[in-house]
Design a protein around this ligand. Structure first.
Ligand code: NAD
Length: 258
């Protein structure tokens, strides 16, 4: 790998697992200092250990993205520790059980929107002033295939991810003339720990009265590995993407083209 991000600093939320961990490792491989942010300390610290083992620099910060004070601490840590904040991958997200819209509990709706949508806003709100003061920066939010099409049984999740796509478009426009690019990735089904959270809340797609095949029907006939999403994230942060802003890039084995 090249060292195109040498001397740069990246923050990654949800970096203790799955796509966030893969992205944190990839930023470090390319030379960036990485602030590893997660609500679970043990796995976050494990990501830091893996980065340091590979010769990179990383710091863990305990963050709940739905809590703007902890998010501000994350941004302060990046600046205090490494002197800048060049890239942000706002990736933390949760998936609760499959349920028809009338069966979604209010607490579940609120919690999911707080983490998946408000959490992207809190991050950008804290990151953008630092990037603007520096005169450069690139942000990538993690949306989802469910931010591009409807998915039966996932109303709150789909609403949150459509929200991330809209937020990305709007903030991309707001900062387009200020040397800051804002994009998103929309992963298709990816081999991470997120599915277990669905099982954990009692949902079982097999037993649902609606078609959940959109989630597993992939033209490439396989799910993605988290590293394949991370590749798109670093591309969107790199100077190769210097004229791309406000967009959501599907990384989905062709799903959105189907
Ligand atoms: P994952 O469960 O493996 O990792 C998510 C990480 O986010 C975990 O380490 C978790 O502790 C952390 N997290 C959860 N809530 C948090 C909070 N409030 N504050 C900070 N960290 C928090 O899941 P993943 O699949 O890697 O998910 C990453 C992102 O990718 C999510 O936004 C998810 O919606 C999105 N996504 C995943 C898939 C997929 O199939 N895996 C598909 C499309 C989009």
């Amino acid at each position: 790998t090249t060292s195109r991000f040498q001397g740069k600093t990246a923050v990654v939320t949800g970096a203790g697992s799955g796509i966030g961990r893969a992205s944190a490792l990839r930023f470090a491989e390319e030379g960036a200092n990485v602030v590893v942010a997660d609500v679970v300390e043990e796995t976050g610290r494990e990501t830091v250990r893996l980065i340091e083992e590979g010769g990179g620099n990383a710091t863990f910060v305990d963050v709940d993205v739905s809590d703007s004070e902890s998010v501000q601490r994350m941004v302060d840590t990046a600046v205090d520790t490494y002197g800048s904040l060049d890239f942000a991958h706002n990736n933390a997200g949760i998936l609760t059980g499959f349920a028809e819209v009338t069966d979604v509990a209010e607490e579940q709706w609120d919690k999911l929107l707080d983490v998946n949508l408000k959490g992207v806003w809190t991050c950008m709100k804290a990151e953008l002033p630092v990037m603007e003061a520096q005169g450069s920066g690139a942000i990538v939010n993690t949306a989802s295939e469910a931010g591009l099409v409807g998915m039966g049984g996932l109303s709150s999740y789909s609403a949150s991810k459509h929200g991330v796509v809209g937020l990305t478009k709007t903030v991309g426009l707001e900062y387009a003339s200020r040397e800051i690019r804002v994009n998103a990735v929309a992963p298709g089904p990816t081999n991470t720990n997120i599915q277990s959270s669905v099982g954990g809340s009692g949902g079982n797609p097999e037993s649902m009265p609606f078609d959940t095949s959109a989630m597993v029907d992939v033209p490439m006939d396989r799910v993605a590995e988290p590293e394949e999403i991370a590749g798109a994230v670093v591309f969107l942060c790199s100077s190769d993407a210097s004229y791309i802003t406000g967009h959501t890039l599907p990384v989905d084995g062709g799903q959105a083209a189907d």
